[in-house]
Every structure is written in structure tokens, then in C-alpha cells.
Design a protein around this ligand. Structure first.
Ligand SMILES: *Cc1c(COP(=O)(O)O)cnc(C)c1O
Length: 373
């Protein structure tokens, strides 16, 4: 059986360092807002290439804290519009509604599945205050055109970097390309904790300070509460675990790209569309998942399962079709979301992880190639 993601094997590959990191924290007697958090924030900001990094509870909170911090700083007002991709994990859009802002959904490009500049231009109104790009599937969604558009119209450029740690664009990394980025260390992400964790990266000093304050009950100074905050902190255990794992991230991403290249070469099946656009992107893709498209997606999934290959769909139902957004006043939608619908209908993620063996990769390739109607 080729597992979709063997987290046990991944974490075992960091032993004995991982267990030592955990027990050192246990023995230290200090579990929140300590040395591990301080050092991981420093190391992660250096890795991403931003001046500041602020740990928080998870990736969703990282995005919420960025948006609420901009509100608290007077940059955004409640009801302002944020342009977001329609095809994403719900967290990107949930962050916007949670902050009291309005998500304006935009179609992706047909080939790269990333938010499209033409859609962004169409979505602009007098209430638009930001564009959120999501580096979906671990592939860079940032483009200089989007950046120029944001600067021209005075919009903040926010990155959802939950799926793309280590991804590069030219000489920078995602997470350092816009005004602020939300990062997630959910266990299954390319850099994963042993539980929840998140981080805001930014070069904006006042934003970083406000995010830190809002994540700590709205308090910048002990027992002084200047803002209505929440409790969202990265704990010392997770920070220590992530410090242990960060130094190997580039190597792990290289292995992901190797596996993707093997799929790209080895899969030959007319019914299946590979992410060709990603293959051309080099280090601008870190393959959080390897998405293939197939009109008979569910049959393909069953066929692979029968042949010992576990797969996952990212994601079966687009956020705008979810019950939680039944009230269509919460979202602004374009007249058609057919590209988004098609992606969610056809997408299937093949196994990809730094601990997969070549043998397992070939097993997946053979199973995919043997699929027919
Ligand atoms: C995982 C993920 C998040 C949220 O991260 P959590 O740590 O699970 O809250 C946000 N956006 C995208 C695109 C994600 O994949």
C-alpha cells in the first residue's frame, strides 16, 4: 500500500533529534512565549526573508490576525473587500469573513490553477483593499503583474503561504513577496509540527507588533489591553519541533520535485492531465500536493485504491458551494465560476512526500497508467 502521506515515517526520519527537542522542552518547565518561540521566529524569518515573523496558533489564525491587525491599524474598515481565489481551501476565505471583511471570489487560470490577473482586474471596486494570493498545491501564485496592480491601486498584497514553505520566486521566497503572509505548520504541510502551529511573516514593523498584540489577548504590555484580542500562540513544544525540521526543508522540497519529475516523465494516460504548468516553474513549486485532473476522477480514485495507492481530493466542494456560505451576501461572486467548479470536480492528488521511495513512485505511475474506462 502506498500511503498518501506517511507522517509516522516522516517524523521518524527526524529521530533522535525530534524526541530530544520535545523532551528538552518538557524538562525546561517553560511552555509558552519562551526561548524556542523566539529562536524559531528568528530562524523562520531568516529562512523566508522577512524582517519579522510572529508565531501563532495555526494557519487560519495567521490570516485572521493579519486582516484584523490591518483593521485595528485603520488600514482596512469592516465591510471592505478582499480579492481571493475561488478555488482554495476554505481557510483562505473563512479568514476574510471572520475578520468582518467581504471576500470577492476570482477564477483561476485554466492551466496553473492560480488566481488570474484578468479576474483580479475585473473584481476591483472602490471598496477593494487587498488581494490575497494562495500558493495552492505549493506552487507560486504571485506574479509581478499582480504586484504592480496592487501598488497602482494602493492595495495590500497578502499571501496564503500555508502550502508553499520554501517555494521561490526569483531570488525571494513566497511568504516574503507581499505585505504580509500567513503560514501554517499543520502536520501534513511541507513544514509540519506535531499539532497546530502558524506564523505571520512581514517586513512591516507596526503590522508585526499588532499581530503579536492581537494574538496575545490584545495585550502589548502585561495586564494592559489596548485591543480586543484573542489567544493564539505558538507553543514551545511546536516551536522546538519546527526548529528541528526547518534545516531539512529545502532538501525535502528537492525530493518532492524529483518525484514530481518522475510522475511527469512516467505517467502516460490520455485520460489524465498532469500539472504541466508546475513542471516549468522549477523552484517556484514545492509540490505540497501533486494534482492531476481527470474527467472520471472518482473512478480513477477507486482504481488507484484497488491497486494499492491512496489518494486525496483537494477539494471536493469549492468554498462558495458550502452550506456555511449559503447566504450569498457574505461573498461576492462573478457571473460564472466554471473553471473553479471543474477543478474541484476533476482534481485528484497523488501521493508525494520526501520519504517516498522510487519503488513507491513507480507503483503509483503503473497504477495510473493502467487506468482505463
Ligand atoms: C492548511 C491551510 C490553511 C490553514 O492552516 P491551519 O494551520 O490548518 O489552520 C490555510 N490555507 C490553506 C491554503 C491551507 O492549505
Amino acid at each position: 500500500m502506498v500511503k498518501f502521506l506517511d507522517l509516522q515515517k516522516i517524523n521518524e526520519s527526524f529521530e533522535p533529534g525530534l524526541s530530544k527537542a520535545v523532551s528538552d522542552v518538557v524538562n525546561s518547565g517553560w511552555y509558552l512565549q519562551g526561548e524556542q518561540n523566539r529562536l524559531f521566529e528568528k530562524e523562520y524569518s531568516e529562512y523566508i526573508g522577512t524582517k519579522y515573523a510572529v508565531g501563532c496558533g495555526n494557519g487560519l489564525d495567521a490570516l485572521i490576525l493579519i486582516l484584523k491587525a490591518y483593521i485595528e491599524l485603520g488600514v482596512f474598515r469592516k465591510g471592505d473587500e478582499i480579492i481571493v481565489p475561488a478555488n482554495t481551501y476554505i481557510a483562505s476565505i473563512l479568514a476574510v469573513t471572520e475578520a468582518g471583511l467581504t471576500p470577492v471570489l476570482v477564477e483561476p487560470g485554466k492551466d496553473n490553477y492560480q488566481i488570474d490577473i484578468a479576474g483580479i482586474k475585473n473584481a476591483l471596486t472602490s471598496r477593494t483593499v487587498a488581494v490575497m494570493v494562495v500558493h495552492l498545491y505549493g506552487c507560486c501564485a504571485y506574479t509581478p503583474e499582480i504586484d504592480i496592480f496592487c501598488k497602482k491601486h494602493g492595495l495590500k498584497l497578502i499571501e496564503d503561504n500555508a502550502q508553499a514553505h520554501g517555494c521561490r520566486f526569483a531570488d525571494k521566497r513566497t511568504g516574503a513577496l507581499g505585505d504580509a503572509a500567513g503560514n501554517s505548520f499543520y502536520p501534513g504541510k511541507n513544514l509540519g509540527a506535531l499539532g497546530d502551529g502558524g506564523m505571520v511573516t512581514t517586513n512591516d514593523k507596526s503590522l508585526a507588533a499588532m499581530v503579536r498584540r492581537l494574538g496575545n489577548y490584545g495585550s502589548g504590555e502585561k495586564y494592559i489591553f489596548d485591543s480586543l484580542g484573542k489567544n493564539s500562540r505558538l507553543d514551545e513544544l511546536q516551536a522546538a519541533v519546527l526548529r528541528e525540521k526547518l534545516p531539512r526543508l529545502d532538501q525535502d522540497n528537492t525530493r518532492r520535485r524529483e518525484i514530481a519529475a518522475m510522475y511527469q516523465r512516467g505517467i502516460k494516460n490520455k485520460m489524465i492531465r498532469l500539472p504541466d504548468a508546475f513542471a516549468k516553474m522549477g523552484e517556484s513549486c514545492v509540490y505540497h500536493v501533486y494534482p492531476v485532473m481527470c474527467d472520471d476522477r472518482d473512478e480513477l480514485k477507486n482504481h488507484l485504491e484497488k491497486n494499492g495507492v491512496q489518494t486525496i481530493i483537494h477539494y471536493p466542494v469549492p468554498p462558495y458551494r458550502q452550506k456555511c456560505y449559503e447566504n450569498k451576501n457574505m461573498l461576492k461572486l462573478p457571473s460564472s465560476l466554471e473553471i473553479t467548479d471543474k477543478i474541484h470536480r476533476n482534481e485528484l492528488s497523488l501521493p508525494i512526500s520526501p520519504v517516498m521511495t522510487d519503488e513507491e513512485v513507480h507503483c503509483v505511475i503503473n497504477a495510473v497508467n493502467s487506468f482505463k474506462k
